[in-house]
Design a binder for this molecule. Structure first.
Ligand SMILES: *[C@@H]1O[C@H](CO)[C@@H](O)[C@H](O)[C@H]1NC(C)=O
Ligand SMILES: *[C@@H]1O[C@H](CO)[C@@H](O)[C@H](O)[C@H]1NC(C)=O
Ligand SMILES: *[C@@H]1O[C@H](CO)[C@@H](O)[C@H](O)[C@H]1NC(C)=O
Ligand SMILES: *[C@@H]1O[C@H](CO)[C@@H](O)[C@H](O)[C@H]1NC(C)=O
Ligand SMILES: *[C@@H]1O[C@H](CO)[C@@H](O)[C@H](O)[C@H]1NC(C)=O
Ligand SMILES: *[C@@H]1O[C@H](CO)[C@@H](O)[C@H](O)[C@H]1NC(C)=O
Ligand SMILES: *[C@@H]1O[C@H](CO)[C@@H](O)[C@H](O)[C@H]1NC(C)=O
Ligand SMILES: *[C@@H]1O[C@H](CO)[C@@H](O)[C@H](O)[C@H]1NC(C)=O
Ligand SMILES: *[C@@H]1O[C@H](CO)[C@@H](O)[C@H](O)[C@H]1NC(C)=O
Length: 790
């Protein structure tokens, strides 16, 4: 204030007030010693181009301080302060200026990130967010005395006007480092910076050791390896190269054009421009153009399939190290073994040979140098690898090549390309997918074994042999391929479920019990009730169900028949059913998880409707039938049971629920059922997922509050925020809007007006557009008079 008074001595009070208001109530672009930043408060650059504050990219309670574009509808972060040390909301973090003039992020009173500027301010410093997106730390009274700026410490993004280069004397350089995945800004393995060797170009590097892309020299118009740089008429390019420094920047001539260059999660350098019309980022160029040219893009034990359909997969016997990252399309964390190899270093005996096995994977190109040994035969190479526990793989091509560590940067070449070689990967025997010819022999052997054991059993009737039978059953499972079902013995299941003592559910078709297989794998055993079907037909239909495999369908492992009793055995889902998470106040599901559930269920249903040999109508879509695995990925349960249970089923349904549940009007009208009945129930369930409450609730007054009609009216009026679960804080409104529109279209009276599951998946993924739906008449009439808007 002293400064203000000095410059305007005659008018003190009004200006003082204005100034005060601007700081306290309007948006500010400054963090000063007396005004730290915390919670939902943000600062905004003067013209409003950029905003700085706390954000949570995964909506998972991990908060970061970041800067993002403020004028576009999709939050896009260009800089993160504490990228590898998130703070949780509960600990009330605070971004503040310390006594020594640095900008520091404190959590629970302790500093977890600091600007670490060594140049001390003589007086007092202040942090200002500029309209370029640069956060600067400067002297409070001398705006040209800047000690630190975020542009010098980029995360993965470079924006218009930002210098990027190297000081050839001090070796300080800007380094753009990829995020782990789009929900985790922690540094990934890829970085992009000036070439530290030639100091005359830029390079992309994996693990700071393998250069996999070079920009080439600046020609005055472009870098030689980036032929498609935008025209000079739209951009200003500044390239500086002398004995002291190398640096480059681009600036858009039209300030309303929003563009950025990032190093993607998968190591590609990309130029993106915001499109006002389609409201999304449009990719200009990206390098390397082939994903598989990024060094080790699929991480350890991952393989990049080259060719037209480039993508990563895990070596057989391996699974993604982080299934979340993998699903988000960020592969660099690679894969881990499903089962540890059995090798025991001290004891190289025949026992080991049986416990580990090698799996051949064809036409692999590798860049990681193997140990080369002069061994003539394939068999010799194999036994060398087998006898050393640190050996992970071998390949025999002229020499014997042995790898003794994690495998990196594997590529599988398309058929016909002969540059690759066959590689043999060491696996635990249980992960070893038995090759076709061997498999038949195995089965034969097992059948003989079972026959023999069976007759011994009958002859002796000894209890000890029953125990052996259990072991055989589980070993048979280990050898069965993915597509065959295990036929379980009743006493075995009784043993696994501790005499059916742990009941975890009661559905329309019977009770579900939890059990453990001898190898500790948890299972869910469903005892079907009221089955009238013959044994043969049951076999046929269950076997058909056993052939259905999809990520969003619960996996059927096997079944059991005993007299009139029928049981189905499934993978056990640790996180139970969706209703338990939606309607109870325990730990609520965040929006992101909910949206993935919405999408996952749609994909599972689409698969049942369109992609199975015979169209399967589920007939019983509801939150109780959506199970959640350890990552909260949804798996639809009970598919195919409607057919299995035949007529009994529709009676069960109609007696179980009132008219206004999940049942489509055609059920009630007795019309033939098509897949659109599932679409209807799916829509009903969407309302529950979005709102976090049951569609119909008995109010204290005795009236029934029927949510979907009220919600459909709101949605048709374009007002979606009110129907959202009030417990949710951070929500992607575009996703919410799409989900709401889908829900309304799904519950249309006329089934011809409802979309197909295929269309729903496309709308949810934003591949297809959709308008607002009319309010369904049937429902409205059905509940008129009963419904109260809450
Ligand atoms: C932090 O938590 C409080 C209470 O749990 C909540 O009101 C607030 O919105 C949260 N802040 C953010 C940024 O999510
Ligand atoms: C700041 O310096 C401290 C101590 O030297 C170091 O531990 C920390 O990682 C530095 N932080 C940043 C953001 O460079
Ligand atoms: C402001 O800071 C700049 C850069 O450090 C310096 O050259 C200049 O003398 C300072 N001006 C004043 C009035 O202190
Ligand atoms: C990655 O770099 C680190 C540090 O330079 C090194 O110790 C490590 O071995 C590298 N990883 C691989 C797989 O090369
Ligand atoms: C770039 O320039 C350097 C130094 O003039 C030269 O050694 C190098 O060969 C050039 N690189 C390319 C790809 O032309
Ligand atoms: C950059 O400058 C260095 C030293 O001045 C020079 O040797 C090199 O050729 C220059 N590179 C380019 C690409 O201009
Ligand atoms: C994009 O939209 C924003 C806000 O509506 C506007 O300010 C800007 O000029 C538009 N940019 C272009 C390139 O049309
Ligand atoms: C190696 O295995 C054999 C039998 O398989 C066993 O008798 C012997 O004790 C084992 N040796 C060591 C060092 O574990
Ligand atoms: C296994 O291979 C590693 C790496 O080549 C070597 O250091 C080790 O001595 C070998 N172990 C045995 C038992 O041969």
């Amino acid at each position: 204030m002293a400064l203000l008074k000095k410059t305007h001595p005659s008018i003190t009070l009004p200006i003082f007030l204005l100034h005060f208001c601007a700081i306290t109530f309007g948006a500010t672009d400054t963090i000063s010693r007396t005004q730290p930043l915390s919670g939902d408060i943000t600062i905004v650059s003067k013209e409003g181009n950029f905003e700085l504050g706390f954000f949570s990219p995964g909506n998972n309670g991990n908060f970061y301080v970041g800067i993002w574009f403020r004028t576009i509808s999709k939050r896009t972060v260009i800089w993160v302060a504490n990228r590898d040390i998130p703070v949780s909301n509960a600990s009330s973090p605070e971004l503040a200026i310390t006594m020594d003039g640095n900008l520091v992020l404190n959590s629970l009173g302790a500093p977890i990130w600091s600007s670490n500027s060594t140049r001390k301010s003589s007086r007092s410093s202040t942090a200002v967010l500029l309209d370029s997106g640069n956060l600067i730390l400067r002297d409070q009274y001398n705006s040209s005395d800047i000690f630190w700026q975020s542009f010098d410490h980029p995360t993965d993004t470079v924006v218009s006007g930002q210098w990027f280069g190297i000081d050839k004397i001090t070796y300080e350089y800007q380094d753009s480092v990829s995020w782990k995945n789009q929900e985790d800004p922690a540094p990934g393995p890829f970085s992009y910076h000036a070439d530290l060797v030639t100091m005359s170009q830029y390079v992309s590097i994996w693990n700071h050791s393998e250069v996999y892309w070079q920009s080439g020299n600046w020609t005055g118009k472009a870098f030689t390896s980036i032929p498609g740089m935008p025209l000079k008429s739209d951009y200003i390019y500044d390239f500086v190269n002398n004995s002291r420094e190398l640096k480059f920047r681009w600036t858009t001539k039209d300030v309303s054009v929003i563009t950025r260059v990032i190093l993607s999660n998968n190591g590609q350098l990309q130029r993106l421009t915001w499109s006002n019309d389609s409201e999304e980022w449009i990719t200009g160029w990206y390098f390397p153009a082939a994903l598989c040219d990024v060094y080790s893009v699929c991480g350890p034990f991952g393989v990049c399939r080259t060719g037209s359909d480039e993508q990563c997969f895990c070596l057989p016997g391996f699974r993604p190290a982080s299934s979340r990252s993998w699903r988000l399309g960020a592969w660099s964390q690679g894969c881990v073994r499903q089962t540890d190899i059995q090798c025991a270093e001290s004891n190289i005996s025949s026992a080991i040979k049986e416990s580990d096995a090698f799996l051949k994977i064809t036409n692999i190109k590798f860049s990681q140098n193997p140990v080369k040994l002069k061994v003539q035969s394939m068999e010799g190479c194999r036994s060398i690898c087998l006898s050393n526990c640190s050996c992970t793989a071998y390949a025999h091509k002229q020499d014997c090549n042995i790898w003794n560590s994690e495998l990196w940067d594997l590529k599988q070449l398309p058929n016909g390309n002969t540059d690759g070689s066959d590689m043999y990967i060491r696996l635990a025997a249980s992960d070893h997918v038995v090759q076709d010819s061997e498999k038949k022999a195995h089965h034969l052997r097992l059948i003989v074994l079972f026959a023999v054991l069976g007759s011994i059993f009958m002859a002796l009737c000894a209890l000890s042999i029953t125990v052996k039978m259990f072991q055989r059953t589980s070993s048979r499972k280990a050898f069965s391929d993915n597509y065959s079902l295990v036929v379980y013995d009743y006493s075995f299941l009784r043993h696994c479920t501790k005499n059916f003592s742990d009941r975890v559910g009661q559905g329309s078709f019977g009770s579900v019990f939890k059990g453990l297989l001898p190898d500790s794998k948890p299972i869910a055993v469903k005892k079907l009730q009221g089955m009238k079907q013959g044994e043969k037909q049951f076999h046929t239909e269950v076997r058909a169900l056993g052939k259905i495999h999809h990520n969003n369908l619960v996996h059927l492992i096997g079944f059991c028949l005993r007299g009139a009793e029928r049981m189905l055995v499934y993978d056990f889902m640790v996180n139970g059913s969706l209703d338990a998470h939606l309607f109870k106040d325990e730990k609520i599901l965040d929006w992101n998880t909910r949206f993935l559930i919405i999408l996952g269920v749609a994909k599972g249903l689409q698969y049942l409707h369109d992609e199975c040999q015979e169209c399967i109508i589920h007939c019983d879509i509801k939150p109780e039938n959506v199970l959640l695995d350890v990552n909260f990925s949804p798996k639809l349960a009970d598919f195919g049971l409607a057919k299995l249970m035949e007529r009994h089923f529709s009676r069960a349904l109609t007696t179980m629920r009132g008219t206004a549940g999940y049942l489509a009007p055609e059920w009630i009208g007795g019309l033939p059922i098509t897949p659109k009945a599932d679409v209807y129930s799916y829509g009903m369930m969407l309302f529950e997922i979005i709102s976090g409450r049951r569609n119909s609730e008995l109010m204290e007054s005795g009236a029934i509050r029927y949510f979907p009609v009220w919600a459909a009216i709101r949605i048709s009026e374009g007002d979606i925020s009110e129907i959202l679960d009030p417990r949710l804080s951070a929500v992607n409104f575009q996703e919410l809007e799409r989900a709401c529109k889908v829900a309304c279209w799904c519950i249309q009276d006329n089934e011809a007006h409802r979309p197909t599951m295929r269309q729903i998946v496309q709308i949810l993924q934003d591949i297809q557009d959709v308008s607002a739906a009319p309010v369904p008449v049937f429902l409205k009439q059905l509940v008129d008079g009963e419904y109260i808007s809450s």
